[in-house]
Design a protein around this ligand. Structure first.
Ligand code: HEC
Length: 132
């Protein structure tokens, strides 16, 4: 019995660090949009995280609010603290699909003046789930 409990605990801790559930939806959408799709890339996600645009004369990127180091807390333009984006530091990140979609829509529009594609969203989450 004791061994069963220890096994269950080990499994629970394994799964709490699993990839965000919404990734499989993004993978299906990315495949549909791009038949050559062969998986998300942490490398591309990292490039997206740091990609700068100029809005109202100011450089802005995802890192502007979410911190140059995603293991550190970020802050909004009004200096409200934002919990770190790396799932290794904030395991609850990206677990609520509605929240994920809402902020992708809003933040991609702020930074890129368009929605992010499913490929970009999947790459971004893959990067932030890989940062140790
Ligand atoms: C102007 C500040 C700001 C910028 C720039 C910004 N974000 Fe955010 N982001 C926030 C805030 C505030 C939240 C909500 C608070 C939280 O989740 O801690 C958030 C939350 C998110 C979430 C939801 C996280 C979750 O746990 O579900 C995603 C996804 C996200 N942002 C993606 C991006 C991407 C992609 C970019 C760059 C294209 C970006 N953000 C740029 C402020 C920003």
């Amino acid at each position: 019995m004791r061994n069963v409990i220890i096994l269950a605990m080990a499994l629970a801790s394994t799964y709490s660090h699993a990839a965000p559930a919404i990734l499989s939806e993004y993978a299906a959408q990315a495949k549909q949009a791009n038949p050559g799709f062969n998986g998300f890339s942490a490398e591309r996600g990292k490039a997206l995280y740091y990609r700068e645009t100029v809005q109202n004369g100011k450089n802005i990127s995802c890192a502007s609010c979410h911190s140059a180091d995603p293991r550190q807390p970020g802050k909004t333009p009004a200096f409200r603290s934002i919990e770190p984006m790396a799932t290794s530091v904030t395991p609850s990140r990206f677990s609520d699909n509605k929240k994920v979609e809402k902020w992708f829509r809003r933040n991609c529009d702020d930074v890129f003046k368009r929605e992010c594609t499913a490929l970009e969203k999947g790459d971004f989450l893959t990067y932030l789930s890989s940062v140790k």
